[in-house]
Write a protein that binds this ligand. Structure first.
Ligand SMILES: [Zn+2]
Length: 88
């Protein structure tokens, strides 16, 4: 289920709107969670939106490859991801 981050509906959302990102490498199975401190660091380095961030993410276990050749599953959690409806 490969989905290009560039066509993702959240592509232009800001890195500062994220609370964390789950990243799994489909090549080696390694996974990690980027916490808010990692995301703040990325924002400090000039990564402003989700699309830019996705291009920067790579597996620390696998050799460096261009973004298009990476097989990463990226699942963002947004700060405002709280349910819109509650059951009373
Ligand atoms: Zn990997």
């Amino acid at each position: 289920m490969a989905r290009a981050p560039v066509s993702h509906p959240d592509a232009m959302r800001l890195v500062v709107e994220l609370s964390s990102i789950y990243v799994a490498c489909d090549d080696c199975g390694h996974s990690r969670i980027l916490e808010i401190s990692n995301l703040r660091k990325a924002a400090d380095l000039g990564v402003h939106n989700y699309m830019q961030l996705c291009r920067k993410i790579r597996c620390s276990e696998c050799p460096r490859v261009p973004p298009a050749l990476r097989n990463l599953t990226i699942r963002p959690t947004w700060v405002d991801a709280a349910p819109l409806y509650t059951v009373a």
